[in-house]
Design a protein around this ligand. Sequence first.
Ligand code: NAD
Length: 500
Amino acid sequence: TSAGTIHGRPPRRTRATRTIRNLIGGAAVDGIRTFDKVDPVDGTLIARVHEAGPEQVDLAVAAARAAFEGPWGRMGVAERARLLRRIADAVERHAEELVAAEVGDTGKPETLARDLDVARAAANFRSFADTIAAAGLDSYLTELPDGRNALNYAVRKPLGVVAVIVPWNLPLLLLTWKLAPALAAGNTVIVKPSEETPSSAALLAEILAEAGLPDGVVNVVHGFGVGSAGEALTRHPGIDGVTFTGETATGSAIMRAVSPRVRPVSFELGGKNAAVVFADADLELAVAGLARSTFLNTGQVCLCTERIYIERTVFDDVASALADHARRLRLGRPQDAATTTGPLISQAHRQKVHSYLDLALEEGATVLAGGGIPSLGGDLDGGSWIEPTLWTGLDNSHRTVREEIFGPVAALIPFDTEEEAIAMANDTDYGLAAVTWTSDLTRGHRVAQRMRVGMSWVNTWYLRDLRSPFGGVGLSGIGREGGRHSLEFYTEPTNVCVQL
Ligand code: NAD
């Protein structure tokens, strides 16, 4: 049941190790120490990164505050929208450098970095330029008992200095998804990229400067969470809000950190997403869709499917077709066009995912595909590879089916009725995304609406309109971002009431 084949190529040249510094008020700033960033493809050291201590975080908050109070704070909406479009153009001009940065940090296939991460980064800036340019204001003409009127209207103001804390799985995509609306709304920002993926954020900061963003509007501090830059930033009294994407437990820690000063938070957190396949679905389409939603980015997308409920009459057919798909995936170097699947982000993450491969067996799973660590040969054995894995024989009582694994794995579980499928899909503390596969239009709408999630897809997955609300319920998050939903977080309205 070994999954995946390696696409052979001679070992890569040893690359020069880069140094990545914090960017504060337009200047490169050393940290308190450096940490190593290794390539998950083969374990090569690729960068030494300066970790920001409390002093650098202080400087970054001060630089962001000063920029907020400078010309940036007085810039009109039309000019900010123009600047965001210039940034999108600059991202596209530097697309190949961004692809290289993203691929170096994550090991994901180049095609994926180009078509998903970098393309979406540019799209994020354009979309929020449109959103802010078109945004209107609430106004109400209030009728008073004496026959006179009052005019109420709301003025939108930026939050101020916003902390943007992002994970490693889609580093540039998720960073720009928060940065673009924050800037569109007129905030200044301190970014804390993941310690696993410092490179694209550092490069983006240079691109922002080239596009004409004033110094200090976006500052980047590097480091870890607890006891490091992340914690120092969220505890800092000078920040006006935190927008965060990452693990649920981290979200909870950030909430505690900001609670003494009652700062707003926007959280996009973990998931344990379900897909439901009805017998009436176009099964070929469904299997291709399930393969994508389970294995894209080596299963390291918050929206990825880890639970697949399949109507019993088609269970065996769907399971064997999906297993074939898993076995056809090509694990390999990111530069090879035939590669479909990269490594996991790190050895530590592989250990976590691997512990679930063991746990699934203890819980009585049958392994349908994968199930272990592949031997890819040569320098690749220094990387953090894992086999795309499918299980049967598990149900909702098992930890493997309840806990977020965040790898290329899924449990296949049969069901008999629509009610049962919905109940099992909703039987989770998370609530991020769901997919329904059916050819019955009415059933598609009916089931999709009953999913207790923020995003419910029918006959597709991860198809995004950037104006639509994105976020989760339960342990999967607080708030929604996307289009005007983002503006609600990144701005504070002041209502003006005039007696007429
Ligand atoms: P993580 O929570 O470990 O780290 C995310 C970021 O938070 C990193 O920059 C990290 O350094 C920082 N951090 C960690 N502890 C902190 C603390 N105490 N205070 C401040 N900052 C802290 O998450 P990860 O492992 O990088 O990413 C994977 C997780 O992200 C998964 O759970 C995945 O589901 C989730 N995710 C969610 C979405 C979504 O939109 N809902 C999108 C992508 C990823």
